[in-house]
Design a binder for this molecule. Structure first.
Ligand code: CA
Length: 159
């Protein structure tokens, strides 16, 4: 995982938002916070986050509708989303995943569990930042030099 991944937290309950911001910053993440969707959109325009923690029940536009919106916009379609939900019904979780969320976590949850989920989703969705090259048959991708070689011949800066 890259150091200091930037999280956008969208949560309308101030107590939960502040607790999560405090805990996640302590865990080494950078945070942008928003209490509803309009503010969240403004944050995204300023800087694209690495991951979005999105409360389901928000005033105005719901977290689910916002997730759908983010998936349709080409600037944000690749940003992983974790839905924060108090709902436990299986049907609701399926709705969240169908809306484009990468994972969900049901309140109440421990910070430890949330951090583990965030790291897991970032590992799954982020390009490999370890510096190791990726080899598929004769094709080699080197993330450090941003070079691609095929049969040891360079294909310059495709990435
Ligand atoms: Ca809420």
């Amino acid at each position: 995982m890259a150091a200091n991944s930037l999280i956008l937290l969208v949560e309308d309950e101030a107590a939960i938002r502040e607790m999560l911001q405090f805990s996640l910053e302590r865990a080494g993440f950078e945070l942008m916070v928003a209490s509803e969707v309009t503010a969240a959109k403004q944050s995204i325009q300023k800087q694209l986050p690495d991951i979005i923690l999105l409360d389901w029940m928000l005033p105005g536009v719901s977290g689910i509708d916002f997730a759908k919106y983010l998936r349709k916009d080409e600037n944000t379609s690749q940003i992983p989303i974790i839905i924060l939900t108090a709902r436990t019904e299986e049907e609701d979780m399926i709705l969240g995943l169908e809306a484009g969320a990468d994972d969900y976590i049901t309140k109440p949850f421990s910070t430890k569990e949330l951090v583990a989920r965030i790291k897991s989703v970032l590992r799954r969705t982020k390009p490999d930042n370890s510096g190791d090259s990726i080899t598929v048959h004769s094709l080699v991708l080197d993330p450090v030099s941003q070079r691609v070689t095929i049969n040891n011949e360079s294909v310059n800066r495709i990435l």
